[in-house]
Design a protein. Structure first.
Length: 71
């Protein structure tokens, strides 16, 4: 995982949401490892976050790491 991309993802998520750093880190790692989506069995862990927030975080991770982008 590129440290620069990881830091960019953290910065973008932090700019939009007030989420504990531990959870942001976990979300990035889980989403990146699962082709840009939070695994269904991990939703309970982040159940305090609305679906719209999780979807936005997934989008940020996909954008930053280029997941699903042909080129």
């Amino acid at each position: 995982m590129s440290p620069d991309a990881y830091e960019r993802a953290i910065q973008r998520i932090d700019a939009e949401f007030d989420i504990p750093q531990y959870d942001v880190s976990g979300l990035i790692r889980l989403i990146r490892a699962n082709d840009g989506r939070l695994p269904a069995d991990k939703y309970e862990r982040f159940g305090y976050l609305p679906d719209a927030v999780l979807q936005r975080i997934e989008a940020i991770v996909r954008e930053v790491f280029g997941i699903g982008i042909d080129g």
